[in-house]
Design a protein. Structure first.
Length: 301
């Protein structure tokens, strides 16, 4: 058996190793990182693999393997934490990538678009590259990346939002005599900023979808994303009072970074089509139907 030690193995390195392997020779590739695509290529070719994440594959016949692990914990040892893809500091970067999935972007371009530091963007992109979420071109300062799995990344965001629904801070209000387009205009007026403040809001879910890609024949609830300051201003301006049921104006409280990609349409601020889609897919009723239509007509992936 031959052990070939590498630092990182991606699909191209895996193909090179497979070509060099001698017939009848058992080869195990040991590396700090073996990407999912490379791991599958090695397995299909009958090549073993072992990486720092503990994944061991030995696709050989007539072999005997002993794995001897010490079950006792080491005092002071710290287990590596699982990389959280959709944290508050990383989601804006992923959002920027999803808004232009076919565009090659540098670290600095993504940092400017997302408002996240270049160092944080670089760390995230390195992780995305190791898991083959992105394609790469060039190296060093000229290195650029674009999404390789935009549909899967968008689905992962929806799953994450679904899991976090219980942690959302949602305020529910009832506005008498308002529905549909009138309710939309009321919300935009209530949450609009003034000379001393930013707007700090974005219409999302069904109300925004009806502007991007009309699908529902009618809708009765307007959903917004708003900063705490914008919410406080709207409550003081319009005397909004929260209700336990029967609301027609729902406000998801977010940090300013959650409003990075708003779009203005006819004096109304909308969440981006990507954010609108995510909010639709975790909403009740027929909202997911509108989300699928928005994805087909506007997002295209």
């Amino acid at each position: 058996m031959l052990v070939d030690v590498k630092s990182k193995v991606y699909p191209q390195q895996a193909r090179d190793l497979i070509v060099r392997r001698e017939k009848g020779q058992h080869v195990v590739v040991v590396a700090d990182l073996i990407s999912p695509g490379a791991r599958e290529l090695l397995l299909e070719s009958g090549t073993g693999s072992f990486s720092a994440d503990g994944k061991l594959r030995l696709p050989f016949e007539d072999i005997y393997v002993i794995v001897d692990l010490d079950p006792s914990p080491v005092l002071g040892a710290v287990r590596p934490s699982r990389f959280k893809l959709f944290s508050s500091a990383r989601t804006p970067v992923l959002h920027a990538l999803l808004l232009a999935p076919d565009r090659w972007c540098s670290v600095n371009e993504l940092a400017t678009a997302s408002g996240i530091s270049p160092a944080s963007v670089s760390k995230l992109l390195a992780h995305l590259e190791s898991d083959e979420w992105v394609d790469t071109q060039g190296s060093g300062p000229t290195k650029v990346r674009k999404l390789a799995k935009a549909p899967a990344l968008l689905d992962a965001w929806v799953t994450q939002e679904q899991d976090q629904l219980g942690h959302r801070r949602v305020h529910r209000f009832f506005v008498a005599g308002q529905k549909g387009e009138d309710l939309l205009r009321f919300a935009a007026s209530a949450f609009a900023g003034d000379a001393d403040s930013t707007d700090g809001y974005a219409i999302t879910s069904e109300a925004a979808a009806q502007i991007y890609a009309p699908y529902l024949t009618q809708w009765s609830v307007a959903t917004l994303r708003a900063t705490p300051a914008a919410l406080e201003r709207a409550i003081a301006r319009c005397g909004l009072r929260e209700v336990q049921q029967g609301s027609n104006l729902n406000v998801i409280e977010v940090e300013p970074s959650g409003l990075r990609f708003v779009q203005r349409r006819d004096e109304v601020l909308l969440a981006s089509p990507v954010q609108t889609y995510v909010d639709l897919m975790v909403a009740p009723g027929r909202a997911p139907d509108a989300g699928r239509f928005l994805r087909e007509q506007v997002l295209g992936f």
